[in-house]
Design a protein around this ligand. Structure first.
Ligand SMILES: NC(=O)c1ccc[n+]([C@@H]2O[C@H](COP(=O)([O-])OP(=O)(O)OC[C@H]3O[C@@H](n4cnc5c(N)ncnc54)[C@H](OP(=O)(O)O)[C@@H]3O)[C@@H](O)[C@H]2O)c1
Length: 410
């Protein structure tokens, strides 16, 4: 396992990595005369039989419920727009830990199981990957997604077979050719958190107007956004997205991450444990958006001492309410919670509280791809694990205090 060292070393490493990749990319394109990332076409999965290795879940519970099996059936393409990918690298996100404990089961299981078959387990977690495209449905255009291409992608939440395995099948809109500027680990660590940040800012927050949500154009120049939790997977990408669009960015994080978050481009960074520093955030208010990437939730909006127009949190009670109370009562509870949070916020600060969500939108993938190619976005890797050590990666996630993403080599 490698863990990030000092912030200075981290920035230096990022710089050296970028320079090295720039050199190797230009050497490669000079040699091949092409800009594509196509790999030699890998053997079809049929040649290995129809089994793969995968981390399965047979019950909800703790990390010891994860079981490595060598005999998982390789997922099959079931519709003309699906793609089968042989995974090289994947990542562990907070949602994986939550789903391991049963989070979202009531809704996701309804979406997952066809009426009549009702089979919930075994489940394979894992929401993002980088790998090789090994099979495509008839409707997938071979010019944009050729067999053998190195791709990056995300797995919809309701899929029963996620990316903590050797193969995954996903709809073609969930993947794209992986940018050559990123190695496999970096490419496996951008899309889930990046699409969450993008969707929170552009779909939920409307930062770039209607075009910002419907296209990959971004936008939001000269707006002011406060990112709570700038040191984690979502926050560190949100800061880079915002800076690339010329948004003024303020951020909070722990004291030991302040330098690192500054290096990501944030204009002003404060330690959230220091009340005097937190007071300084009032000087920059009102914020167009406060983006909660720290897991605090909408209830905290009313407690903040600065004004904002919108407070967007990625920690909503939406699925948890339905898990606890069922679809009908849970939905009512959701309406009640959202109204209550907003009434509190309006009576204190006058801003709107909204819930933000990951969205596997192709225009979001395109947006992130452009930023990587323009070298305006680079993921932070907190730590990296081998496939057989996946439970250790979950332990690391459980321990919290992450500085970027946890990746797993398959
Ligand atoms: N709704 C969705 O679709 C969706 C999708 C993705 C993520 N999420 C949620 O969004 C949140 C962020 O995800 P992530 O992947 O970025 O998680 P993460 O990598 O664990 O990052 C969280 C970061 O917040 C910091 N932090 C903790 N408490 C804080 C506070 N009070 N103020 C400021 N920073 C604080 C943590 O570091 P220290 O503890 O060391 O300060 C850590 O660096 C999680 O709650 C996750 O569940 C939701």
């Amino acid at each position: 396992m490698q863990t990030s060292g000092s912030n200075a070393i981290l920035s230096l490493r990022r710089f050296v990595l970028l320079a090295r990749r720039q050199l190797s990319a230009s050497a490669q394109s000079a040699f091949s005369g092409s800009q594509t990332n196509a790999q030699p076409i890998p053997p079809s999965p049929d040649k290995f039989g129809d089994k793969m290795r995968g981390w399965q879940l047979h019950n909800y519970g703790d990390i010891d419920e994860l079981q490595l099996s060598e005999k998982v059936k390789i997922p099959q393409i079931r519709s003309s727009n699906e793609c089968l990918v042989r995974i090289r690298t994947t990542a562990v996100n907070p949602i994986d830990l939550a789903m391991l404990r049963g989070y979202g089961a009531a809704v996701l299981n309804k979406m997952r199981c066809k009426p009549g078959d009702g089979i919930e387990f075994p489940l394979i977690l894992g929401r993002e990957f980088c790998g090789e495209l090994v099979q495509t449905g008839m409707g997938v255009p071979s010019d944009s997604l050729p067999l053998g291409a190195r791709v990056w992608g995300v797995v919809p939440l309701q899929a029963g077979v996620g990316a903590h395995a050797e193969y995954v099948a996903v709809p073609s809109y969930c993947l794209a050719p992986a940018p050559k500027e990123l190695d496999d680990s970096e490419a496996a660590s951008v899309l889930y958190a990046g699409l969450t940040a993008w969707s929170g800012l552009y779909i939920t927050g409307g930062l770039g107007g209607p075009c910002g949500a419907a296209t990959s154009s971004g936008g939001g120049a000269h707006k002011r956004v406060l990112v709570l939790g700038g040191s984690g997977g979502v926050g560190s990408l949100a800061i880079q997205i915002l800076k690339s669009q010329k948004v003024q960015v303020l951020a909070t994080c722990s004291e030991n991450a302040v330098e690192m978050v500054r290096n990501l481009g944030a204009d002003f960074v404060v330690d959230y444990n220091n009340s005097e520093s937190m007071q300084e955030l009032c000087k920059y208010a009102p914020y167009d958006i406060v983006l909660d990437c720290s897991g605090q939730g909408g209830q905290k909006a009313a407690e903040s001492n600065f004004d904002f127009r919108q407070y967007i949190t990625f920690s909503s009670p939406l699925l948890a309410n339905i898990d606890k109370q069922g679809l009908g009562l849970g939905a009512l509870q959701n309406v009640f919670d959202l109204v209550q949070t907003n009434v509190k916020s309006f009576s204190q600060r006058g801003g709107l509280v909204k819930w933000g969500f990951f969205s596997p939108a192709p225009q979001g993938i395109q947006f992130l791809q452009k930023l990587v190619e323009q070298r305006k976005l680079m993921p932070l890797i907190d730590s990296s694990y081998e496939f057989c050590d996946l439970p250790k990666a979950f332990e690391k996630m459980k321990g919290g205090h992450l500085r970027g993403k946890i990746v797993v080599k398959v």
